[in-house]
Design a protein. Structure first.
Length: 307
């Protein structure tokens, strides 16, 4: 089974002082998949990625990339892994072409066509200095340098943060092209739910350092439903609904998001005093936000009822 996984983790845990940031994380990312890692700021996403990359030692647990222990990755192992972080660190005094030459000399494989097509997609002149590029163009250079090394596994930590819509579109198109070339695996952390939905086939959701969703995007969509109920706005009985993810008030009704609803779910909603039930359409983004909102008391319906 492990041979079918590009990324795996068992009980991965990290404390900073007495604060747990990643809590008993078990994870398996299949080879050839494009997986989105979602969560609020502080949920533990970046800490998880740094432990997976062997850049941070876990307090407990272990992880593997491409079948190798994350804490014992060799230079040869790392040459098979592309990793970009928020901020897109580059040497500002270099030109784009000089950055390419510098990077190319450190990798055994180099796909010049991939580099050239990526910088063109971002509208970048290779003769320009890095310091004069826009944030989106710097992201394009960083991605081009990473992909040209032909990694088997690509780990991206919020690469689209702060990018304009044109640069975001270029990033998404580049990732899709990259994934179409053989059995490439991508783990992408992002806050941009529309972009995630466009490019991934699996989704992970972290809340308070724990993984609360780990499935295919189609399975996630199929298992989440939204309902509109007529119930007393301060009814604590709402918490007894099986599979309840989140509840909020909208006008004079209560909107609940539920996982794996069935006949018993509907019966439970009727038992708490719902005079009528209405199933509502729910988007991928709304479903993700429901999971994330349960971790913010100020946004929670239950925190505001006073009941």
């Amino acid at each position: 089974m492990l041979n079918d996984l590009a990324i795996s983790a068992q009980g991965l845990t990290r404390y900073f002082g007495d604060r747990v940031v990643v809590d008993q994380l078990d994870l398996g990312v299949p080879r050839g998949s494009v997986t989105g890692l979602l969560g609020l700021n502080g949920a533990g996403k970046t800490t998880t990625l740094r432990m997976l990359m062997g850049l941070l030692t876990p307090t407990r647990g272990q992880s593997q990339l491409l079948g190798k222990d994350s804490q014992q990755l060799t230079a040869e192992d790392r040459a098979r892994i592309g990793y970009t972080v928020e901020g897109h660190f580059l040497y500002s005094w270099m030109t784009v072409r000089q950055s390419e030459k510098f990077q190319r000399e450190t990798f055994p494989r180099w796909n010049n066509a991939m580099f050239e097509s990526t910088v063109r997609r971002f509208g970048i002149d290779p003769g320009q200095k890095i310091r004069v590029l826009s944030r989106g163009q710097r992201a394009g250079v960083s991605l081009a340098l990473t992909l040209a090394a032909e990694p088997e596994l690509l780990i991206l930590d919020d690469p689209a943060l702060g990018l304009d819509p044109v640069s975001r579109a270029a990033l998404n198109e580049t990732l899709l092209d990259f994934c179409n070339e053989g059995m490439r695996t991508v783990l992408l952390s992002s806050h941009l739910l529309d972009d995630i939905e466009r490019v991934v086939d699996r989704v992970l959701v972290m809340v308070h350092g724990r993984l609360v969703v780990n499935t295919t995007i189609d399975d996630f969509r199929n298992r989440i439903s939204s309902w509109s109920l007529e119930v007393p706005p301060a009814s604590r009985a709402i918490q007894a609904i099986p599979g309840l993810v989140f509840a909020k008030q909208r006008g004079g009704r209560t909107i609940v998001t539920v996982a794996d609803s069935d006949a018993e779910t509907e019966a439970a909603m009727m038992r708490i005093g719902a005079d009528s039930l209405e199933r509502l359409p729910i988007t991928f983004g709304e479903a993700v936000i429901a999971y994330l909102s349960q971790s913010r008391a100020s946004d929670s319906f239950f925190a505001n009822t006073g009941a």
